[in-house]
Design a binder for this molecule. Structure first.
Ligand code: UGA
Length: 450
């Protein structure tokens, strides 16, 4: 099929690369000329494991362009994968979706399926349909098209894996033809009939992926419900963790024991400094905002957001308790990205904590294996002292916070690190390091919830 992807962020680019890998002709459209120029040279605008490798396999066959006319004409399916960042009241900014829909309406010249993959509020599928129809009638043209919602569940840092081996594919549409087109498009993934790339082997035993078809509103709500539930799971374990700390219990053992109950499940029960990233904060806020329009208060969603904010403040409280006075102290931060295997800093807990500490007069020495260039560029006023070697965050420091669990931090030379510090205090914000080893290296070790 001829597939067009509008928006080349994590979701758009991964989707384009994967459909191309599966044998479709793909055109990626973006308004950002610099990004498109980079992509034409198989260079990525962000860090995502495996994607560069996959792109170098496919980039000669994917067409990258800023020209909407050539991108939209003759496409069998057009995916909208543009950003929907939060506005100040929590509702999503839909201006990029509006623009994409209007562009489609302006240049459409054959029958097509328009697929909303951006995370959009309930009712957006109908709104996109209306925008396209409006643009078509402004042009005096009449082409038939169908709209579908196909929410994306891939994680940054594991985007390709999740796109090739998803837990499920969800498609919402009232149009049978749209459902058929999307089924055909996803068939090799649903039946796992493609030859797995050698750098991303198929998980053992994976043979069929559920294909969930539903109406537009359900598909849109499924995305918000999934992200909100994951965020809630993390906030739940963090709330229990605060109590665990007080009563002398250990949240890691609690999470393991409750996670063995198949009804609960072990994943997303890792206590720590809380969730960040571009999705959980935005989507929980959007869900609350939508529900507010219907007079529904969404207590669990609100609580999970409050607990998440509290986790970050608790880091400051713990340091205050240990160091007594923060003003004039030096603290090292290991990890800036919102999670490992990405250079994405959006809503990163590390940076939020950094800002809170700076407000209290702390000097920060920071390190991240891949996100430091982004941090320099995006936070020029934060006055962070960037260290090229992780160990250097320890120089004359009064404490170190492990904020992102990059695997390389596990085996640092902790003996050396403790000797460089004014006080060897380590706050393991992800309960990630080997506590006994840290204690042997001379550290006072603090975890979260234990
Ligand atoms: C999340 C969802 O997991 C994806 O399914 C979804 O497609 C995506 O949002 C999206 O809507 O685009 P992502 O934000 O990339 O993916 O990252 P996650 O792996 O979900 O992690 C989010 C945050 O939760 C990170 O800050 C991570 O450190 C934190 N986390 C995760 C915990 O604190 N504890 C855990 O047990 C798991």
């Amino acid at each position: 099929m001829n597939i067009t992807i509008i928006g080349t962020g994590y979701v758009g680019l991964t989707t384009g690369v994967v459909f191309n890998f599966l044998g479709h002709k793909v055109t990626c459209l973006d308004i950002d000329e610099k990004k498109i120029e980079k992509l034409k040279k198989a260079s990525l605008p962000f860090y995502e494991p495996g994607l560069k490798q996959m792109l170098s396999l496919t980039s000669k066959k994917i067409h990258f362009t800023t020209e909407p006319k050539e991108a939209v004409a003759d496409a069998d399916a057009i995916f909208i994968t543009v950003g929907t960042p939060s506005l100040s009241d929590g509702s999503p900014d839909l201006s990029f979706v509006r623009e994409a829909a209007r562009t489609i309406g302006k240049y459409l010249n054959s029958r097509t399926v328009v697929v909303n993959k951006s995370t959009v509020p309930i009712g957006s599928g109908n709104w996109v349909e209306a925008l396209i129809s409006e643009a078509l009638s402004e042009n005096g043209t009449k082409h038939s098209f169908a709209v579908a919602s196909n929410p994306e569940f891939l994680r940054e840092g594991a985007a390709l894996h999740d796109a090739l081996y998803p837990d499920r594919v969800v498609v919402g549409s009232d149009n049978g033809q749209a459902l058929e087109t999307l089924y055909a498009l996803y068939k090799p993934v649903l039946e796992q009939t493609f030859t797995a790339p050698n750098f991303l082997p198929r998980p053992e035993g994976l043979s069929a992926i559920p294909f969930i078809t539903t109406n537009l509103a359900s598909a849109e709500l499924i995305k918000y419900a999934a992200n909100s539930f994951l965020a809630l799971k993390i906030s739940f374990i963090n709330e229990i963790g605060e109590l665990a700390e007080r009563v002398g219990a250990n949240i890691t053992e609690i999470a393991k024991a409750i996670g063995l109950d198949k009804r609960i499940g072990a994943r997303f029960l890792q206590a720590g400094i809380g969730w960040g990233g571009s999705c959980f904060g935005k989507d929980t806020a959007a869900l609350e905002a939508t529900a507010r329009e219907y007079g529904i208060p969404m207590h669990t969603i609100r609580a999970s957001r409050e607990i998440n904010n509290r986790q970050r403040e608790r880091v400051v409280e713990k340091l205050l308790h240990e160091l007594k006075i923060l003003k004039g102290k030096t603290i090292g931060i290991l990890g800036l990205a919102f999670k490992p295997q990405t250079d994405d800093l959006r809503e990163s807990a590390a940076l939020d904590i950094a800002k809170r500490l700076i407000e209290r007069g702390v000097t920060l020495r920071v390190h991240d294996p891949v996100a430091m260039d982004c941090a320099r560029e995006q936070y020029p006023d934060l006055n962070l002292s960037f260290q090229t070697e992780a160990e250097e965050v320890a120089q004359n420091a009064d404490a170190i916070i492990l904020a992102t669990e990059w695997p390389e931090y596990r085996d640092l030379n902790w003996e050396n690190i403790s000797k460089k510090m004014r006080q060897p205090l380590l706050l393991d914000g992800r309960n990630f390091l080997d506590k006994e080893r840290l204690i042997r290296a001379g550290f006072r070790y603090l975890g979260i919830g234990r």
